[in-house]
Ligand binder design. Sequence first.
Ligand code: PGA
Length: 249
Amino acid sequence: MPQLIAGNWKMHGLAADAVALAKAVAAGAAGLPTGLPCELLVCPPFVHLTAVAHALGGAPVALGGQDCHQAKQGAHTGDISAPMLRDVGAKWVILGHSERRQNHGETDEQVREKVLAAVEAGLTPIVCVGETADQRAGGQETEVVGWQIAGSLPKPFTGVVAYEPIWAIGTGKNATEQDVATMHAFIREELVRQFAEAGADIRILYGGSVRPENATSLLAVPHVGGALIGGASLKANDFLAIARAAKGG
Ligand code: PGA
């Protein structure tokens, strides 16, 4: 299974910025060594999806949304449905990101409903889990992440899990290789416990201050199936440098 290198652009950039970034990523992706063992994905803000889809052209870079509603349609002012994402060319969607859980009060239950809606629309969900600094200080990181996995992933689950410790997101303070090794091994165990053999094949991304300087070591940790990248995905050169650090499965 190739590693997945996914860029979460969050709420950054106007249309021209998004198009320029997409073109630079597309050009760089075309120049990456053939057979590079990774898949590339960018997740721009909703309003830029169509423009980014055009800018990517036929480049080997997939498109994703940063959230979707659990309903297909309806009276949900300001929300975007999974079929709408699919319709504009998205193949992926990030769900349950900690910024959604914190800023919009998303619960595990809602995330699970969103996952079902995404899969039904033909999208592959990337479901984010991760503990706060306080939870880690209290030694609760595995318990919290175990509950999030049990609550957020429907059975069966077709998608990707992203371990994103909240204290490492946007802080410049990435988890250590040892932290990542421990948590990814735990998540793998949980996935196998909850999903039997299928759990062995679910890719587990690491996210939280991934940069070109730490990508090689983080991507080499066992059970790391790729990276979910915020800040560094806004610079095409950094994003592509992380892609070059990816390893085969
Ligand atoms: P970061 O964000 O790379 O800026 O820490 C990661 C994320 O939130 O997905």
